[in-house]
Design a protein around this ligand. Structure first.
Ligand code: COA
Length: 358
């Protein structure tokens, strides 16, 4: 027989054997997939039960609290002690609920519902949350390096307005993306202060107004100062990135340690060093922002000023500066007052089977 035909038959035989072997493996795969679907259904069931259980407990606790409030203020010392103890236990139960909810799906807020619809953005384990937060910080740093470079280049390239528009558009996109990512972080239990998210919403508007600001006398007048401010802001984001990255690594290390006491102290001392280093730079930025508001306001009163954007931008810079100053001061005061020991050690405590090198 022809050698080619023989080789063809041998190949066909080998193909059929491989196929039949693969069929056996496929049966196994089907069984695994069936098992997976069953586990998934059980998981959904368990999630629903936990969510409605927590809602039920909260409802009952609210009723108990209302009953407690009806007990007369001046009662026997034993009654007062019992009430105090009950309040303490209820407080502890509330933080237990929060811990439980870290592993349960959450509903999207209005903003995410509008943008993403009802798709779930819940991250159901701490390792995923850690990875997402890490990615968020890296994203901020990457765009900040780009905007810093672009702002510095633009200081020397003055004749093309469209080139400025690239920076303005980058900032509109960046702040818009930040608001989405921050809302996802908040759904997943991040304690970002509402102001920082609002700050990024307002910054989107600010960058948008600068984008549509015509290439006029006022634009040219403010352009140099704006580019200096934009460079400084990008630099600030980069310095903040090193602080947040350091905090994130240390929080993860805390969650994995057994002897935590010394490490929590270590974290706190590192955090205060970081904040003391950051604060002068932050406040310099806030005063720069105030100065921007002042210069823009003066410019809006100039007879050459025909653009409505100038006054709006002055107001926005003022709002941002005042909001930043008050929030940063509040954050520092809160940190001095509250004991976050438990929260810090639990923040990124992975189960042993969740741990993997990242
Ligand atoms: N943007 C986004 N997230 C922020 C944030 C900010 N500016 N400041 C704090 N967070 C996050 C933290 O990462 C943390 O998240 P987590 O719960 O997911 O772990 C949460 O908010 C709580 O942080 P908190 O303990 O209040 O503060 P901190 O120690 O992380 O940071 C500061 C304190 C003061 C250093 C920080 O708030 C900061 O850099 N503020 C200035 C920001 C600013 O001025 N921006 C505008 C000009 S660039």
């Amino acid at each position: 027989m022809d050698e080619g035909l023989l080789e063809g038959e041998a190949n066909l035989k080998s193909c059929l054997e491989d196929w039949s072997e693969l069929n056996k493996e496929f049966t196994q795969l089907e069984a695994t997939h069936d098992h997976y679907k069953k586990v998934l259904e059980e998981l959904w069931d368990a999630q629903k039960k936990c969510l409605s259980g927590i809602a039920h407990h909260r409802y009952r606790m609210k009723q108990i609290s209302e009953k407690m409030n009806r007990i007369k203020e001046k009662s026997k010392p034993e009654t007062e002690d019992a009430l105090k103890q009950l309040r303490l236990e209820m407080q502890q139960r509330k933080s237990q609920f929060r811990e439980m909810e870290e592993f349960l799906p959450h509903k999207n807020g209005i903003y995410l519902s509008i943008i993403l619809g009802s798709v779930s953005v819940s991250l159901l384990n701490k390792e995923e949350k850690y990875a997402y937060k890490h990615n968020y910080e890296t994203f901020k740093a990457t765009v900040s390096y780009i905007s810093l470079a672009l702002s510095l280049v633009l200081m020397f390239v003055t004749e093309y307005r469209w080139f400025d528009a690239v920076l303005h558009f980058l900032l509109v996109w960046y702040y818009c993306t930040l608001t989405i990512r921050e809302n996802i972080l908040m759904v997943n239990g991040s304690r970002i202060k509402g102001w920082w998210v609002t700050h990024h919403f307002i910054s989107t508007v600010c960058a948008g107004l600068t984008l549509i600001w015509p290439d006029s006398y006022t634009y040219k007048y403010f352009r140099g100062q704006y580019l200096m401010f934009s460079s400084y802001l990008s630099f600030l984001y980069i310095v903040q990135f090193f602080y947040q990255k350091g905090a994130l690594y240390r929080l993860r290390a805390l969650g994995q340690r057994h002897d935590m006491d010394i490490t929590v102290e270590g974290f706190m001392s590192w955090m205060w060093k970081g904040i003391s280093f950051l604060l002068p730079f932050l406040f310099a930025g806030y005063f720069f922002q105030l100065y921007n508001a002042y210069v823009l306001y003066r410019l809006s009163q100039d007879p050459h000023c025909k653009e409505w954007q100038v006054l709006f931008l002055a107001i926005i810079h003022l709002i941002l500066s005042v909001g930043n100053i008050t929030t940063t001061l509040k954050v520092v005061v809160d940190k001095l007052r509250t004991n976050r020991r438990q929260e810090l050690t639990n923040k990124y405590r992975f189960n042993s089977h969740q741990k993997k090198d990242m």
